[in-house]
Structure formats: C-alpha cells, structure tokens
Design a binder for this molecule. Structure first.
Ligand code: NDP
Ligand code: 8X3
Length: 252
C-alpha cells in the first residue's frame, strides 16, 4: 500500500500545496481543516488529477475531544500514518503587547500550540505501534526572532520550535523522525487572516519583493520527508532570497 500523509490546515496555503506535492507522488492523503466544503472540492480535484485516495477529516484543532474523536474515526486501513504535518496555524492581529486582544492571544495559543499538541498526541500513538513515522511541524522565522507587534505569535512559534526539539528526544526510542520547517514571508491567506480580512494591508506585506510561494514550502517538506531512513533533517529555515530575517527585507 502507498504511504499515508496526514496534513492539518490543508484547505489553504502551505497545507494545500503540500497535499498537491504528495498527491503527485502517489501518497494517500488525509486532509484536515475546518472548511469542509473547500476540503471536499480539493479532494475531488486531487483524485481526478492524480488518481490518489483522499480522506477528509473536518475538525477544529483547538477542540481536543473533536481531535481525538476524528482521529479515532479513521477506518483501520487509514490508521497506518507515515507522515504527520502539523501545519494548521495562524497569526491573529499585529499589536503592541499593551494593546493586544486577549481573544487573539487565546486563538493563537490554542491553535498553534495546544492544537499541535492535541493532533500529535492522537497520531503519535498510531506511529508508535508501527515503530516508525515522521512528524513535521511548521514553525516560522518567528520561531527564531521576535519582532515588534509579533509578541504572542512569535511566542507560539518559539513553542513549536521547543516542542519539535522535545519530540525529537522523546520519540527517539520509537524511531520517529521529527523535523521543524521554518518559513519566512510567503503569500498565502496568512496576512489576510492576521489583518482581519484587510486585503490591501495584506498585499502591502509582500510589496516590492518576491515572497515565497506555498509550493516552495511543499518542496521543502517533501525533501525532508523523503530522505533515507537513517537521515533526519532536524530543522530547515527557508526565506525568500530578498529576506534575511524578519527585520531585513530588500524591498525595491
Ligand atoms: P493559511 O491561512 O493560508 O492557512 C492556514 C491553514 O490552517 C488553513 O488551512 C486553516 O484551515 C488552518 N487552520 C487555522 N486554524 C485552524 C483551526 N483552529 N483548526 C483547524 N485548522 C485550522 O496560512 P499558511 O498556509 O501561510 O499557514 C500555515 C502555517 O504556516 C501556519 O502555522 C502559519 O503560522 C505558518 N507560517 C506561515 C508563513 C507565511 O508567511 N504565510 C510563514 C511562516 C509560517 P481552516 O480555516 O479551513 O480551518
Ligand atoms: C509568518 C512569518 O514574518 O509574519 O510566520 O512572522 S512572519
């Protein structure tokens, strides 16, 4: 049977591009997210284009009961998960800490940190049974540097970095690889979500330089996930050529 990949946040951006990349390479896909209709349409598209099997799970990563119920509901022939990509996440707001919205903070912490933990806990026991697997966590350059108004978002991504290191240690005995992929600026729905639907401000984030495409991150994830069994990429930081880090962008 072909290998199976479980992707959170597959309705948009990186998750969607990762799904396409693995579909092109004949993986069986488990695609998850809250927007069920988008996932259903995309599953049909991938199935038609690449002939791959796709299973949809529709849940909010913040709800630990929904997460475990959804993962437990997988039919037996979908439970041998080879790769988990913890990608679902968001930034909500861009505010000084003294002006930040507590609801935004809750949403980011609950999604980016607690959601990632809930999904990992549900899937890792399936991998441990097989004594193999690969978890790839999507962090960010915001996991490496804190910038003005990035406060809580950066803190959640620092946590993703720390948890990736911790998982790599704890799962060593079970032969499970753990990789953190840390992208820089990429034009997806990310900035529109962060800026609460303000398309103009979101576009301005990427003005004057070539940001990453979601497909660039999909290629990186695919590379990390297809190294030989004895090779584990611990982490990969990927920025646009025009970006050195969150502070230095060569805008023309
Ligand atoms: P998008 O907004 O395009 O995609 C985010 C995905 O996460 C969507 O599929 C969304 O699905 C899902 N998601 C969000 N909240 C939840 C939730 N509560 N439960 C389930 N799924 C959820 O952004 P990106 O593709 O850019 O972001 C993907 C990851 O990459 C995030 O972790 C982000 O922090 C990180 N990142 C992004 C960068 C960028 O510049 N774009 C750079 C570095 C890291 P749905 O709404 O259907 O639930
Ligand atoms: C997204 C990249 O620079 O907006 O994680 O934090 S940044």
């Amino acid at each position: 049977m072909n290998s199976t990949i479980f992707i959170t946040g597959a309705s948009s951006g990186f998750g969607k591009a990762i799904a396409a990349k693995f579909a092109q390479n004949n993986y069986r896909l488990i695609l998850t997210g809250r927007r069920e209709e988008l996932l259903m349409d995309y599953a049909a598209e991938l199935n038609t284009e690449y002939g791959v099997e796709v299973f949809i799970l529709n849940f909010d990563v913040r709800d630990k009961h929904e997460v475990s119920r959804s993962v437990n509901s997988l039919p037996d022939n979908w439970k041998n998960i080879d790769i988990l990509v913890n990608n679902a996440g968001l930034a909500a707001g861009l505010d000084l800490i003294q002006e930040g919205s507590i609801d935004d903070w809750d949403q980011m912490i609950d999604t980016n940190v607690k959601g990632l933990l809930y999904v990992t806990r549900a899937i890792v026991s399936l991998m441990i049974k097989n004594q193999k697997g690969h978890i790839l966590n999507v962090g960010s350059t915001a996991a490496k540097y804190v910038y003005e108004k990035g406060n809580v978002y950066c803190a959640t991504k620092f946590a993703v970095d720390a948890l990736s290191q911790a998982m790599r240690i704890d799962l060593l005995r079970d032969h499970i690889k753990v990789t953190a992929v840390h992208p820089g600026a990429a034009e997806t729905e990310f900035s529109t979500v962060r800026l609460k639907g303000d398309q103009e401000k979101a576009k301005a984030v990427y003005k004057g330089y070539q940001p990453l495409h979601a497909e660039d991150i999909a290629d990186a994830v695919y590379y990390c996930a297809t190294c030989p069994p004895h090779v584990c990429i611990s982490e990969m930081v990927i920025t646009p050529t025009a970006q050195a880090n969150p502070f230095y962008i060569d805008r023309k």
